[in-house]
Design a protein around this ligand. Structure first.
Ligand SMILES: Cc1ncc(COP(=O)(O)O)c(C=O)c1O
Length: 400
């Protein structure tokens, strides 16, 4: 007997070339320099491990009092987090979930039926395509432009696409470009949301990692449905804690209905675990300690990039816009074309792992390729990796 599998998987046949090479490296014990890493728990940051262990030991991890919105004390901690940034949040507008990915699955259930379309950013977070496929949704890209700093502009939203879509997704700061949707930018697309009667979902997981001129704002609107997604993966650098949240804003009556339905979805799964909710106030006490290390590391890697790209021999051949936010940077060059071939060659020959730009939905340009690097790598690995890339391309660069 061979039961059929769901058609969800039809788009995903075959093995990824990078996964094959990396599996071979792992099997043969070959080390490589991973310039894509975005897992902060494995790249040399100090965590208050004992304090975290102690918090779990002291908390009541057993008594189960499920609340589909999440434990009241945990939601209060998240309200305090927003309070420290100057926002007043009603705990009733918060829903705790086990990850941002799960937050999306709830929001997709809230607004869409199988077969519906949603609009997602390109360039943007590659997982959106998989998350929408898992809910049997059709992901339609809107393309932001380099000349606009990759920011969402009203003209990027095709009227035909948006009129057929159930949600508009924005990542701010964006992964991988770092572009931010400011209050003003939001004002310029609000009419489109109203005319098409669709909610805006803003993923602000990178909102605490802003170092450019432009400031990030959490968008809370009383007239237009705007939903924010955030969580511990980035705000505390603790993806393994599996805790994220959905924050509702919008017209009062709409929010009430959306809250009732979200409660129903959440009650069906009740996936946010009790122990992590109980220790949330203690975890947030370490926010500055964790974030400051990440910010310092990114600052050092960006300073290195600035120094390398201020050298004419490098900047004549490779373009690099220093991002103002987020955990990634994008390099572009004719030498990276075709992207996948370049990135695979770099991995096989130099053991440097970078992402080809097409993975993030950068539109292919004639003979120009893009690669995406994470900014979290240890500074020695980051600088030696960039040095290897330049050597691989025969670009001379000597540090002063
Ligand atoms: C845009 C974006 N959202 C969310 C996440 C984190 O997701 P999760 O909370 O599921 O770990 C990431 C991780 O890289 C991301 O890039």
């Amino acid at each position: 007997m061979k039961p059929d599998f769901s058609s969800r998987f039809s788009f995903q046949e075959g093995e990824n070339d990078f996964a094959v090479v990396l599996a071979d490296f792992d099997r043969d014990g070959i080390e490589y320099n991973d310039l894509t890493s975005s897992n902060p728990t494995k790249i040399g940051f100090q965590y208050p491990r004992e304090a975290i262990a102690h918090a779990f030991q002291s908390a009541d991890c057993v008594t189960y009092r499920p609340d589909p919105r999440g434990a009241a004390e945990a939601r209060k901690t998240i309200c305090d987090y927003y309070g420290s940034k100057g926002y007043t949040i009603d705990p009733a507008d918060l829903f705790l979930v086990s990850s941002s990915s799960e937050a999306y699955s709830y929001l997709f259930k809230l607004f869409c039926d199988p077969g519906d379309s949603i609009m997602i950013p390109a360039p943007g977070y590659p997982l959106f395509e998989f998350l929408s496929a898992m809910e049997s949704l059709n992901a339609v890209y809107y393309r932001t432009k380099k000349e606009n700093g990759w920011k969402l502009k009203a003209e990027d939203l095709s009227p035909k696409d948006i009129s057929r879509s159930k949600m508009l997704l924005v990542v701010s700061p964006n992964n991988p470009t770092g572009s931010i949707l400011t209050e003003e930018d939001f004002g310029s697309i609000r009419n489109i949301l109203v005319e098409n009667n669709i909610p805006l979902v803003i993923d602000e997981v990178f909102s605490d990692y802003v170092y450019g001129e432009e400031k990030h704002a959490t968008i809370l609107d009383e007239k237009t449905p705007v939903i924010t997604v955030n969580g511990l993966s980035k705000s505390l650098g603790l993806p393994g804690m599996k805790l994220s949240w959905i924050l509702l804003s919008g017209p009062k009556e709409w929010k009430k209905k959306a809250g009732e339905y979200l409660e129903l979805i959440s009650d069906t799964y009740l996936s946010a675990n009790t122990p992590v909710q109980n220790v949330l106030p203690e975890l947030f006490r370490w926010k500055n300690m964790i974030q400051s290390q990440i910010l310092k590391r990114i600052g050092r890697n960006l300073a290195y990039l600035r120094s390398v790209f201020s050298t004419a021999s490098v900047s004549e051949k490779i373009g690099c816009t220093i991002p103002g936010a987020g955990w990634y940077c994008v390099l572009e060059s004719g030498l990276f074309f075709p992207e996948e071939e370049f990135a695979l060659g770099l991995l096989k020959e130099r053991r440097i792992y970078v992402h080809p730009g097409e993975m993030f939905g950068f539109q292919e340009e004639e003979s120009i390729g893009k690669i995406v690097l994470g900014l979290l790598a240890e500074p020695e690995d980051f600088s030696s990796g960039i040095g290897e890339i330049l050597e691989f391309l025969n670009i001379s660069y000597s540090k002063n």
